[in-house]
Write a protein that binds this ligand. Structure first.
Ligand code: CP
Ligand code: NVA
Length: 300
């Protein structure tokens, strides 16, 4: 197979994404049943982190070990990457030594430049613009709980951020309707919305956006790199909390998802995230299984 990268959900076809979700469910069952499956023996994944992580780091590292390979954690602080070595040079060097490279960084443009010069597959583990690996886990979680998401209505409440953008791409690829409710000034990138015009509707009223929804999703109000805007954002996003009142607007069987880490009392109430409609722990676990399917797809 020719070299493939996974920088956004649009790098795979809709059919490939559906197959990958099915495979993730299968690999999860194999793992639960104690079946050893090591197609990536002697293969190495380099993991570059320019931002913090719990789930992404642990799921990629565990996933590589379970597939028989090895994962190498590279923090920007301890490598030349943090001292300004150009992405183009780091890409050429690392991809001569390892089999795949996972990157969590700030500007999406940096991972694009990196991938142009990498001779190994590059995986986006979050940029300011997109978080496609999280969407693989979210889609797997939906499919496991409810079956195909085609035709469903999903509501994203909060910042028009990397998660929101990836939900917009998911709406295109998995054929669902996405309602986005964000305060003025925090709407998603109009170009990304324009690419999915048939499946996305923008709202400023979270109540209206949630009506009869099958899945309600939110994310932090201030993402990594926006810590200084926390106070200002708390004011702007007041009224955008996903709480029991808002969940009552959604369909009675609606699920709740959050990529985590969550701030109870800000973007979501404790009652919702710790309540019966929340599937956030399955969602977090599925990072492992979905990314194993992704690694197998890109490498095996
Ligand atoms: N959801 C997510 O990507 O979590 P981490 O920041 O802990 O990796
Ligand atoms: N939007 C959040 C997601 C964290 C997983 C951030 O970028 O910090």
């Amino acid at each position: 197979m020719s070299l493939r990268h996974f920088l956004t959900l649009l790098d795979l076809s809709s059919e490939e994404l559906h197959q990958l979700i099915g495979r993730a469910v299968e690999l999860k069952n194999w793992q639960k049943n104690g079946r050893i499956y090591e197609p990536l023996k002697n293969r190495v994944l380099a993991m570059i982190f320019e931002k913090s992580s719990t789930r992404t780091r642990v799921s990629f590292e565990t996933g590589m070990v379970q597939l028989g390979g090895h994962a190498m954690f590279l923090s920007a602080r301890d490598t030349q990457i943090g001292r300004g070595e150009p992405a183009e040079d780091s890409a050429r060097v690392l991809s001569r030594m390892v089999d795949a490279i996972m990157i969590r960084t700030f500007e999406h443009d940096k991972i694009e430049r990196f991938s142009e010069f990498s001779t190994a597959p590059v995986i986006n583990a979050l940029t300011d613009q997109f978080h496609p690996c999280q969407l693989l886990a979210d889609m797997q979680t939906w499919f496991e709980h409810r079956g195909d998401i085609r035709g469903a209505t999903v509501t994203f409440i909060g910042d028009g951020n990397n998660m929101c953008h990836s939900y917009i791409n998911a709406a295109r690829q998995f054929d669902f309707t996405l309602h986005v409710a964000a305060p003025a000034g925090y709407h998603p990138d109009p170009d990304i919305v324009a690419g999915a015009a048939d499946c996305v509707r923008l709202f400023e009223d979270p109540v209206e956006a949630s009506r009869d929804s099958d899945l309600v999703v939110t994310d932090v109000w201030a993402s990594m790199g926006q810590e200084e805007e926390q106070r200002e954002r708390e004011k702007s996003f007041a009224g955008f909390q996903v709480n029991a009142d808002l969940m009552r607007q959604a369909g009675k069987d609606a699920l709740f998802m959050h990529c985590l880490p969550a701030h109870r009392g800000e973007e979501v109430s404790a009652e919702v995230i710790d309540g019966p409609q929340s599937v956030v722990w399955d969602e977090a676990e599925n990072r492992l299984h979905a990314q194993k399917a992704l690694l197998e797809f890109l490498l095996a």
